[in-house]
Design a protein around this ligand. Structure first.
Ligand SMILES: *Cc1c(COP(=O)(O)O)cnc(C)c1O
Length: 392
């Protein structure tokens, strides 16, 4: 059997955008109201309030009208003053990419770089801050999605706070799928979005901004105003009768509303446990298939995406093609350092269920055998079922 290329996959386990929850899809078909009319203002305030509770924030979160890359660049443009020294932590492509923006807005950028399968050590951050005591801003990516690795942002945040610097966190692919919140890591600006673990479409940036970050941005003469990159323009926008700088992405606010409903109703702890169980089930099966993960250890492996190293002699394109054509399974190839060397299987939002991990292991075992790799899909399924068994 060949599964047609022009049909949507039977199962999509991509690390964002993810297939959205059915309730979120339904919310996208709601009427699009005029944004200056009371029913929409009330709805918007309600969404912001619930986002505040989901993000466990003591300040009001902001919603920027664009994919989280907007929020990341806006954070750099707004928080980094032209005479600032920035310490940029790099454990993969997103951290490296942030350095481009940091260099555009700051005067001196110091990179602390570790190999792409490892995590940043907070002691190394502490040491570098002693060498560069003038550091005003530190930036870190929580989950390097191309590598499937997690940085210890709460420890890093404590070190940065001790030093008196401000921390920018990219938590786009971790928030909603594990226990992480802006104030847990003492973030000045915490950037996330709805299209990964919250199971909504890509369109918005969700921002946590601390009181100190507001003060620094307001004192920064080059912080954008009257620009799509502005964070300052969005302070209290849509709240208490304050107008929006420009029209919001109304349909996507409706989708976010539904996604937050699902997240809070299931209870965040249960959502994180579902992501964690799915990832553990998948990793155990991967080991039983005689494969290894990209991350240097299980301790730093992401609960929301597993990056699997390709075995010798198996090409990324062949494996992805076979999974899609034989089983209708869509997973992603590598990105940056993992390009051509790994595949990425996400456990995000609706995909975060052990049954999806088991299905992916079966297909992966089948395709690898087909491509000449000596492995045992049966052993992987049994090992995976054991993990589910032990969790119930
Ligand atoms: C997905 C993602 C983003 C957003 O990037 P897009 O290219 O817009 O999807 C930012 N940071 C991380 C770590 C991500 O995984």
């Amino acid at each position: 059997m060949r599964y047609p290329h022009d049909k949507p996959p039977v199962l999509s386990l991509t690390p964002g955008p993810v297939p959205v929850y059915p309730e979120v899809l339904h919310a996208l078909s709601r009427q699009v109201p005029y944004d200056d009319d009371l029913p929409y203002s009330a709805k918007y305030e309600f969404v912001v309030e619930r986002l505040q509770s989901a993000m466990q924030l003591s300040t009001k979160p902001l919603i920027l009208q664009g994919e989280p890359v907007l929020g990341l660049e806006a954070a750099a443009a707004s928080l980094i003053a032209s005479d600032d020294t920035v310490l940029n932590l790099v454990s993969g492509p997103y951290g490296r990419g942030f350095g481009v923006w940091a260099r555009r807005y700051g005067t001196q950028v110091v990179d602390l770089e570790v190999p792409d399968n490892q995590a940043i050590d907070s002691h190394a951050v502490s040491d570098l801050l002693k060498r560069y005591p003038q550091t005003a801003v530190v930036s870190v990516c929580h989950h390097e999605t191309p590598c499937g690795t997690i940085n210890p942002i709460n420890e890093i945040g404590a070190v940065v706070a001790d030093h008196g610097a401000l921390l920018i966190v990219d938590a786009v692919s971790s928030f909603g799928g594990m226990n992480t919140h802006p104030e847990d890591c003492q973030a000045a600006i915490y950037v996330t979005g709805p299209a990964k673990c919250l199971g909504a479409p890509p369109a918005l940036t969700l921002l946590g901004v601390s009181t100190r970050a507001w003060a620094k941005m307001k004192a920064n003469p080059t912080a954008p105003r009257g620009s799509v990159l502005s964070i300052l323009d969005w302070e209290d926008a849509g709240l208490g009768g304050r107008r929006f700088p420009f029209t919001t992405s109304i349909a996507d606010i409706n989708a976010l509303d539904a996604a937050l409903d699902l997240y809070l109703a299931e209870r965040p702890q249960a959502v994180w446990a579902r992501h964690d169980l799915t990832a553990r089930t998948f990793r155990v099966g991967i080991a039983a298939l005689s494969l290894s993960i990209w991350a240097a250890s299980d301790a730093i492996a992401s609960p929301t995406t597993t990056v699997v190293r390709l075995p010798e002699g198996v090409s990324e394109a062949e494996l992805l093609g076979d999974l899609r054509a034989r089983y209708g399974l869509l997973v992603s190839g590598g990105r940056g350092p993992t390009t051509g060397k790994a595949i990425r299987v996400a456990h995000m939002g609706p995909a975060a269920h052990p049954l999806h991990a088991i299905a992916a292991l079966s297909a992966l075992g089948g395709s690898l055998q087909r491509l000449g790799f000596d492995t045992s899909p049966g052993a992987a399924i049994e090992a995976a079922l054991q993990v589910v068994e032990l969790s119930t």
